[in-house]
Design a protein around this ligand. Structure first.
Ligand code: AMP
Length: 433
């Protein structure tokens, strides 16, 4: 390929029509589940003031420090903007900006859309990826924490990944976390000589990150590290116990994971992630979320609790593809062909009426012979060829059932009804998909 060939930017990709049916199904499922659980759609811009992420995600996080797609300012006075790396900060910004504190609480919102992180691309890690996001703002839990986790599990189950597992933890709140963090820093300082350089650098800045380090050298050190759940204040411990009791009541299976801390500053209390069995490495999370009781205040609103999750749709698609799940592409039901190659207006008119009646139809707009038109219709697996010929003067067309090889005359006035009926019967006969 020559140097001048233009390609999609590194870490991004085109989703081609052969792949998009599975995406369409997942997006419909996400929207449908959100509706069933009473989460309403919100759309926030793909760009936000950089401050939304610096304050809302935290300045000392990989997402902001290394991975933020910052836009070059166009003029000196223009504000600093960045592409969104995650949805929660923008949604909470909108919650405050539009006075949603005065709406009935909690405000339950959902969104499906692309996120951007300037990360090193690899399998399942892209610079543009898609998330299905759920947020409930204004409810301190613990019942809603379980509702949200159960909603996540149901999404995977209905998507075709019934074995997805939930890991849960509580990471405390501003009352108990500082004491725990101090303990943790002390503990790691005691092992300073054994810490890899990255971990050593992070120790003073964001010590929680060491806990979920995937560096093999950390495994032994982390095994004996103080566990956050042993140092929760009474309110946090009660909250966590109640979240688990609600999960039990809903028969949602989960595993406790005291090393699950998530990378973002704004999380408090409940934290959870979704994994496929045997794949609980950090790169492999299919989704995750948690409670962020401090975030609304951090972004300038009144203190308001919140909880949410993001499902990485790219990884769900990958997992489904690995399991051989293929989504059939929707095919054209009827192709309108004709003996007079030049009569494109007539063919287009017939197809237009079929489309108006709700059928997927195409007219052959080439000037090729009827035989060629029929061959093309068969190649794209259309169910019917509608053949426009001399009978049209009598208000009739020929309808050929391509897979069955049968043909009959149908009045144009009956065409849409007849095709709808015959196509429905064919599908229910199980011969298609
Ligand atoms: P996070 O906010 O990092 O927990 O991301 C939530 C979910 O989005 C993860 O569990 C992944 O499934 C997905 N995700 C995060 N970053 C990427 C990425 N760079 N490429 C693809 N999926 C991602």
């Amino acid at each position: 390929m020559s140097d001048r060939t233009l390609r999609a930017p590194r870490g991004t990709r085109d989703l081609l029509p052969t792949e998009t049916p599975i995406w369409t199904r997942l997006e419909h499922l996400a929207g449908n589940l959100a509706t069933r659980y009473g989460y309403r759609r919100i759309e926030t811009p793909l760009i936000e003031s950089t401050a939304v992420f610096e304050r809302g995600v935290g300045a000392v996080t990989d997402i902001v420090e290394k991975e933020l797609f910052r836009l070059a300012p166009r003029t000196e006075e223009s504000e600093a903007l960045a592409l969104r790396p995650e949805p929660t900060a923008g949604i909470v910004r909108a919650y405050i900006q539009h006075g949603m504190q005065t709406w009935p609480q909690p405000v339950k919102l959902n969104q499906v859309g692309p996120m951007f992180r300037y990360d090193r691309p690899q399998a399942g890690r892209y610079r543009q990826f898609w998330q299905f996001d759920i947020e409930a703002i204004g409810d301190p839990g613990p019942a809603i924490d379980a509702e949200i986790i159960e909603l996540g599990v149901r999404f995977y189950r209905e998507a075709g990944l019934a074995d997805v597992q939930v890991l849960v933890n509580s990471i405390g709140d501003p009352a108990c976390r500082p004491t725990y963090l101090a303990l943790l820093i002390d503990y790691y300082r005691g092992h300073r000589d054994a810490l890899p350089t990255t971990e050593s650098d992070r120790l003073e800045r964001n010590v929680l990150r060491l806990l979920d380090s995937k560096d093999p050298a950390m495994a032994a050190i982390n095994r004996d590290a103080p566990r956050v759940t042993d140092h929760l204040c009474e309110a946090c411990a009660e909250h966590f116990a109640s979240v688990l009791a609600h999960l039990d009541a809903l028969a949602v299976p989960y595993r406790l994971d005291p090393s699950l801390v998530r990378g973002l500053d704004y999380y408090t209390r409940t934290a959870f992630e979704f994994y496929l069995p045997g794949r609980d490495g950090q790169q492999q999370a299919l989704g995750g979320g948690g409670r962020y009781d401090g975030l609304v205040e951090l972004l300038g609103g009144r203190p308001t609790p919140g909880i949410g999750f993001g499902v990485g749709l790219d990884r769900v698609v990958l997992a489904l593809q690995e399991r051989g799940a293929v989504e059939p592409e929707a095919t054209i039901v009827a192709v309108v062909v004709g003996a007079d190659p030049m009569a494109t207006a007539v063919r287009l008119g017939v197809a237009t009426n079929l489309r108006a009646a709700g059928l997927a139809a195409r007219a052959d707009l080439t000037h090729r012979r009827l035989g060629k038109q029929l061959e093309a219709a068969a190649r794209e697996h259309a169910h019917f060829a509608v053949i426009v010929g001399d009978e049209l003067t009598a208000g009739e067309v020929q309808v050929r059932d391509l897979p069955a090889g049968t043909q009959k005359v149908v009045p144009v006035a009956e065409l849409a009804n007849e095709l709808t009926r015959a196509h429905g019967a064919h599908r229910h006969g199980g011969r298609e998909g």
